[in-house]
Design a protein around this ligand. Structure first.
Ligand SMILES: [Zn+2]
Length: 637
C-alpha cells in the first residue's frame, strides 16, 4: 500500500505516544527492579546504571513496536473497509450478515482449536511455551501437512473473527470517539516534543554507558567457573582414582592448585550452588527445599562482577539452577538451552554454547559460569569410553538412581561395578567436553589471562550407604568435591596440593579478590592464600537443613583429617579419621581429644551462622512443565 504524507505523520504521532508510554513503564519497572535487588543498599551503582539502560531501552522498543503494529493494522482495516464493506453495510441484509459473522467465525475458530488440541496436544502445549520446533520434529511428513493445514485454518478463522468484529465496531460508531480522543493527545505539541526528547535521551544514555564501560575495562583476568553436577572427588584421576577418568581436568590440576579436602555446603544442588553464588550458608538464605529460591535482594557473585564491568554469562543444564530459582541474577546472558530430559546428554551442548560465548567475547573481560549435568543420574553408557564392556547382566544402558534404589537388594557385585562404570563414562564424557573449552582458550590466545576453576555441587552415593543418589547424608561421597584453581599468573607448572579443609562457598570471595577487586560482600576465606598457607588451617562446614525421621537434619565440620557429623534431631555425634578411615566406617566419637575441638568449632560456627541469618525468603511458583521436569529428575514426588 502507498503511504501519503498524512499517513506517515499519523504513524509518527502514534509512535511518539508509544515511546512515552514505554519510557514511563520502563522507568517504573527499573525502579522496582533496583529496589527488589537492593542495588542502592549494596552500593552497586554501576549495576543500577546498566539495568536502567537495559530495562528502559527494552520497554521503549517493545512499546514502539506494539504501537506501530496497531497503527498499521488500523490503516489496513480502514482501507479495506472503505473500498468494500462499508458501502455494502448500508443495506439491512448485509448488516445482519456482518453481525452474524462475529459468533460464526468465533465458533469456527474454537472448533479448529479443539481439533488441533485433540490431534496434537503436545504441539499445542508447546505453542504456549513458544518451543514449537522440538515436538514438530517428532511428526512424520503426512502428519506435518495435516497439522499445517489445520494451522492455516486456525489463522484464517482468527483473522475472519477480528475482521468481523472490527466491521461491527466501525459501523456502530464505537471506534471513532476513542480514536478522536487519541488523536487529540497525539496531535498535541507537548506529546510530540516529549517523544523526540525521550528518544534523544535514551540514545545519549546508551552511548554514555557504552563509553563508561569502555573507559573502565577491568584489570583482572577472565574467569571461567565450571561446576559439574554430582561429581564425587574420589572418581577423578587427580584425586587418586584407579581409573584415568579425567585426563583434561587432571592436566589443569598439574598447572594449578588442587584442594584435597574441598567440601560443598550441602549434599544437593540448590543449597550448594546458592551458597557458592552468595557465600552464605544455605540456612542463612533459607534455601531448604525445592520451593526455595535465591531472593532478589541477595548480592550474587555475578552481580558484583558485572558492577565491576565484567561481561557476565552462564550456560546451565540443570533446571535446579535455572532462572526461576534466582540463579540468573547478575548475568547479562543466561543460557538455559542445554536443559534436557534426565536421559539425554547435555555436556556437549554446554560446551558448544561456551565456545560461542568465548569466541564472541575474546576481546572483553568476562566471567563465564558453566554448569555440566551428565554425571547426574541417569547414568548413560558411552561406547567411546566403554568402561562397562565386560558386563552381561540385566541392567540397561541407561539407568536411573531412583529405579536402582527400588531393586538395590537384588543387585550383585557385577551390577554395582557396572553402575560405577556407567557413572565413570559420564564423568569422562564431561571431562572430554571440558577439554574442548580448555583447548579453545589457547586457540584464542586467552590461556595467559583466564583463570579456570573446576568444582562440583555435591557427590553421589553408589551404594556407599546402601543407596544411590544424593541429599540424604553428609558423608564424604556426598560433600567431598573436587576443587581445582588454575591461575596463569602463578607461572609455569607449579602444582600445589592443599590439605586444608576448604568450603566451596569461599569461591565468591576468592574470585573477587583474584580479580583485584575490593571485596566487601562475600564471606569465607581467600582459597589462594590458604593454598599458600598464609591463612591458618580452617574448618569446612556443611548442612543438611531439612530432615525426616529416617534421614535427619545434620551438620558437619571438618578440619584436616578429622570430621565430625552432628545429628541435630537426636543431638548425637560421629567422629571420623578420614586418613585412616576414608569410608567413615568407624565412629571414634568419645575416644579422641579431637572431639572437644571440633565440637567447639561446630558450636561457634552454628551460632555465628544463626546471628548472621538473613530473614527474607522467597518461594517459587512452578509452571506445569517445570513440575514435570523436576519430577523427572526426582526432585519432587
Ligand atoms: Zn546437583
Amino acid at each position: 500500500m502507498a503511504f501519503n504524507k498524512d499517513t506517515i505523520s499519523t504513524i509518527l504521532k502514534a509512535l511518539n505516544l508509544g515511546l512515552i508510554t514505554g519510557f514511563v513503564v520502563g522507568l517504573a519497572i527499573a525502579v522496582i527492579h533496583i529496589a527488589d535487588h537492593r542495588l542502592l543498599h549494596y552500593s552497586l551503582y554501576n549495576l543500577m546504571l546498566f539495568d536502567i539502560k537495559t530495562i528502559v531501552t527494552d520497554y521503549l522498543i517493545v512499546f514502539a513496536l506494539i504501537i506501530l503494529a496497531l497503527v498499521l493494522l488500523d490503516i489496513l482495516l480502514k482501507r479495506i473497509l472503505q473500498n468494500s464493506a462499508l458501502q455494502e453495510l448500508d443495506s439491512q441484509g448485509s448488516r445482519s450478515r456482518i453481525i452474524h459473522a462475529v459468533p460464526i467465525s468465533l465458533v469456527l475458530y474454537i472448533v479448529i482449536v479443539l481439533i488441533c488440541y485433540s490431534l496434537y496436544p503436545q504441539i499445542v502445549e508447546s505453542l504456549k511455551n513458544t518451543e514449537l520446533a522440538e515436538p514438530l520434529r517428532t511428526l512424520n511428513k503426512s502428519e506435518l501437512y495435516k497439522y499445517s493445514a489445520l494451522f492455516i485454518l486456525l489463522i484464517v478463522t482468527a483473522v475472519s473473527f477480528i475482521y468481523a468484529v472490527s466491521l461491527v465496531l466501525v459501523k456502530f460508531g464505537i471506534i471513532s470517539p476513542v480514536q478522536k480522543k487519541l488523536s487529540a493527545v497525539t496531535n498535541s505539541k507537548l506529546v510530540q516534543t516529549l517523544g523526540i526528547l525521550i528518544v534523544g535521551t535514551v540514545l545519549l544514555y546508551n552511548g554514555a554507558i557504552y563509553g563508561y564501560k569502555e573507559l573502565n575495562r577491568p584489570h583482572g583476568p577472565n574467569v571461567i567457573l565450571i561446576t559439574i553436577d554430582t561429581l564425587r572427588a574420589d572418581h577423578l584421576g587427580s584425586y587418586g582414582y584407579r581409573r584415568d577418568t579425567t585426563p583434561n581436568i587432571d592436566k589443569l590440576a598439574q598447572k594449578g592448585v588442587l584442594y584435597e579436602y574441598a567440601y560443598s555446603q550441602a549434599p544437593w544442588t540448590m543449597p550448594s550452588m546458592s551458597s557458592m553464588h552468595t557465600s552464605y550458608y544455605p540456612t542463612q538464605i533459607k534455601i531448604k527445599s525445592i520451593k526455595s529460591k535465591i531472593h532478589d535482594n541477595f548480592i550474587t557473585l555475578a552481580e558484583f562482577l558485572r558492577n565491576n564491568f565484567y561481561k557476565t554469562s552462564a550456560v546451565i543444564s540443570n533446571i535446579v539452577v535455572s532462572e526461576i530459582f534466582g540463579f540468573s541474577q547478575g548475568f547479562e546472558t543466561y543460557d538455559q538451552t542445554p536443559l534436557r530430559a534426565r536421559d539425554e546428554l547435555t555436556s556437549h551442548l554446554v560446551t558448544d554454547k561456551a565456545l560461542e560465548y568465548i569466541a564472541d567475547n575474546r576481546d572483553n573481560k568476562f566471567f563465564l559460569w558453566l554448569h555440566y549435568m551428565d554425571p547426574h543420574s541417569n547414568y548413560i553408557h558411552h561406547p567411546q569410553f566403554n568402561y562397562a564392556q565386560d558386563y552381561n547382566g540385566l541392567l540397561g544402558k541407561n539407568v536411573h538412581s531412583g529405579d536402582l534404589n527400588k531393586i538395590r537388594r537384588s543387585l550383585d557385585n557385577a551390577d554395582l561395578e557396572y553402575i560405577k562404570d556407567l557413572y565413570d563414562e559420564e564423568i569422562s564424557y564431561t571431562d572430554m567436553q571440558i577439554g574442548r573449552v580448555l583447548d579453545s582458550l589457547s586457540d584464542y590466545g586467552l590461556e595467559n589471562n583466564t583463570v579456570v576453576i573446576i568444582t562440583a555441587d555435591h557427590g553421589e552415593e553408589l551404594m556407599d550407604r546402601n543407596r544411590f543418589g544424593h541429599n540424604k547424608t553428609l558423608y564424604q561421597e556426598l560433600i567431598h568435591v573436587p576443587l581445582i584453581i588454575y591461575m596463569p599468573s602463578r607461572g609455569e607448572a607449579r602444582a600445589t596440593r592443599s590439605k586444608s579443609s576448604v568450603e566451596i562457598r569461599s569461591l565468591a570471595k576468592t574470585i573477587v579478590e583474584l580479580c583485584g577487586l575490593n571485596n566487601n560482600h562475600f564471606g569465607g576465606e581467600n582459597l589462594l592464600l590458604i593454598a599458600e598457607e598464609k591463612t591458618a588451617d580452617t574448618y569446612a562446614y556443611s548442612q543438611k537443613p531439612i530432615g525426616r525421621e529416617r534421614y535427619p537434619k545434620l551438620e558437619a565440620i571438618s578440619s584436616g583429617k578429622w570430621k565430625l557429623i552432628k545429628n541435630i534431631q537426636n543431638d548425637t555425634y560421629e567422629l571420623y579419621d578420614l586418613e585412616a578411615d576414608p569410608g567413615e566406617e568407624t565412629n571414634l566419637f568419645g575416644s579422641e581429644d579431637t572431639d572437644k575441638i571440633l565440637i567447639n568449632g561446630l558450636i561457634s560456627k552454628s551460632s555465628a551462622i544463626e546471628k548472621e541469618s538473613v530473614v527474607e525468603t522467597a518461594e517459587v511458583e512452578f509452571k506445569e512443565e517445570e513440575i514435570e521436569k523436576l519430577k523427572a529428575l526426582g526432585y519432587i514426588q
